[in-house]
Every structure is written in structure tokens, then in C-alpha cells.
Write a protein that binds this ligand. Sequence first.
Ligand code: 13P
Ligand code: SF4
Length: 305
Amino acid sequence: MLTDLQKEIIHLKDEKNAIILAHNYQPKEIQEIADFLGDSLELCIKASEIDDKDLVVFCGVDFMAETAFILNPDKKILIPDKDAECPMAHMLSSDEVKEAKEKHPDAAVVLYVNSLAEAKAEADILCTSANALKVVESLKEDKILFGPDNNLGKFVARQTDKEIVLIPEGGHCYVHKMFHKGDIAFAKEKHPDAQIIVHPECNIEVQDFADAVLSTGGMINYVKESSYNEFIIGTEVDLITRLKREIPDKKFYPLLDEAVCKTMKLHSLEKVKNSLANEEYPISVPEDIAKESLKAVQKMIDVSK
Ligand code: 13P
Ligand code: SF4
């Protein structure tokens, strides 16, 4: 049953011909009013297919809303809380990418979609955790500059013959860095029949102990298709909210209760309502940067379809 506030948001959204896109880490009450819920790749693809809408409210972090703007420069893309930043995306500047390119002129540049628009403009192609290996393998170059997530880069490096150069040194997600192999041993002892699924942003020692390493969208599909009934989930805790809503007959345990992405949680129903009513806060990217980064975004979408 939807609350009055949720109903009000849906009414406003229809009135404004808007669409609400939300990432899988959003809390339950926002998941319930989203028109589309997904991982970064699914959200990018969806954002490239919304010609019939006038307004987009993006319940996610800055790089996701920016990517939606890059794909739709003529539309209003709104973010309910303008402080919803992904700290990892801010770890790699466009200057650092330029420097790395000068140092490795023979390398192609693959940037994780969790990066700033200015950095994206310097990339040959983007990737997400759902398609990173496929993207790297799609390139003719044998050497790849990969950033900003070192763990995702290492996850790819162990599955390809290409040389992966990580930029910047130490690029990471503080949420996924929380997990250690001791947490897996502890969770496994408590739930011996559970499968362990972790995100590729986790440390390699954690990936090594998992049954599967997947994007959040990949985790949902894996669980749906698995014959197992219990799962230990090594990613942000609200992915479990979605899993429980969609697959109520299976059991899910967070690898760590503390794995919360604080900025993802800055959005609230009240802020979503204000966002729709007052058309705040518009996300924009300077025209030249948007134009340049669109090439890398579009290339990724084409490789992924
Ligand atoms: P996914 O693309 O797997 O949903 O991951 C996004 C993200 O920010 C992970 O922390
Ligand atoms: Fe960024 Fe990590 Fe939050 Fe994902 S979970 S949005 S990578 S800080």
C-alpha cells in the first residue's frame, strides 16, 4: 500500500510528464515509487530511451544523473539532493587522465561510469561493473588505462590478457572496501548453506572467497536463476531491499550491516516531491564536455546491447 506522500509524488510525476529513475541502493520507499530501478548500466540504457518524457528525477548519485544529462542535454535532469555525490567518482581528475595518456600513448582509456563528466570526456569508452570485461575485450589496444576503481580494474585484469594500468593509485569505493575476508568466514559460519555474492568493487581477497562477483543487476539475475535459497550479499545493504521485494521466497543476509552508501541515502520522499514540484536541482554539464563525453557513453551502450 502506498502512503499519501507516495501517491502525491506519482500524481505530480504524471502531471509533469516525468520519469523517476532510481538506483538499486535506494531505500524501500523510493524503490516503491520509481518508474525504473536498476544498476548503473541499466540506468544508462534506460536514460538513452526516454524521448517521450519532459523531466527526469534521478534518485542516485551525481555521476549517474550527469550521465543521464549527457545522453539528454535538452531535457531537465533533476537530483532531489544536490549533495548526493559518489566519492569514488571524485578521485580521478581529467588532468590525471591526461597525464596518464601522455605517459602511455599506446593505451586506450576505459573509465568506470563512476567518474566525473570532465574525466569521461578524456575516455575512449566507459564501462560499469556489469560490462567491464566485455568493454576491455572490445578494444583493439593491448594496453588499457583503467580508472578510478582499482578493485574493478584488478577484477578485469585477472580475466584478460591485456595490460591493465590502474589510475589513480588507490581509487576505491569506501563502502565496498569495508568488507574483509574475515567477514566472509563469519557470515559463512552463521549461514553455512548460503551462496556468497559480492560486487567487483570489493577487495580481491573478498572476491576470492565469493561464489560469484557481479554488478547489482547481475546479482538480482543470479539469485533469480539460482537453485540456492540463501545468499550472503556483499554490496550496499539496500540491494537486499530490492531482492526481498522481488524474490520473497529466498533468504538474504548482508555481509555487513554497516555497508551503507551515505550519499545514496540523502534522497527522501519529501525531497523527491520538492524536486518534482519546484524542478530542483537541475544537473548540467558544460556543452563541450557533454558533447565529448557522449562519445564514450554511447560507445559503451553500443558494446553492451
Ligand atoms: P552497480 O552498477 O553494480 O549497480 O554499481 C554501482 C555502484 O555505485 C556500486 O557501488
Ligand atoms: Fe560510489 Fe561506493 Fe556509493 Fe557506489 S557505493 S555510489 S561506488 S560510494
